[in-house]
Write a protein of this length. Structure first.
Length: 86
């Protein structure tokens, strides 16, 4: 029972009315969570620093996706189409 309550995945059957986990388009409400997720990687030099205003703009333009579980952001990806003409 403790594992059910105190782990992210739990150990039993889940009955939920709302989406429990999945990939979705990021929203403005996700920006803080995305920043929390990528800040340590930026500090370590693994990711290029992204100015927060540009990150927010890119979220609004629909370039960021998040993987969430129980309303917690587990990962994020920026998907942007590049072409030779742009």
């Amino acid at each position: 029972l403790l594992q059910e309550f105190y782990t992210l995945d739990g150990a039993g059957t889940l009955i939920a009315r709302d989406l429990y986990d999945g990939i979705r388009l990021a929203t403005a409400a996700d920006v803080a969570g995305i920043v929390d997720l990528i800040a340590p990687l930026e500090a370590a030099g693994i990711l290029v620093m992204r100015p927060r205003d540009l990150l927010t703009r890119d979220v609004h333009q629909g370039f960021y996706y998040v993987l969430t579980r129980d309303d917690q952001i587990l990962s994020t990806a920026m998907l942007k189409r590049y072409s030779k003409t742009s």
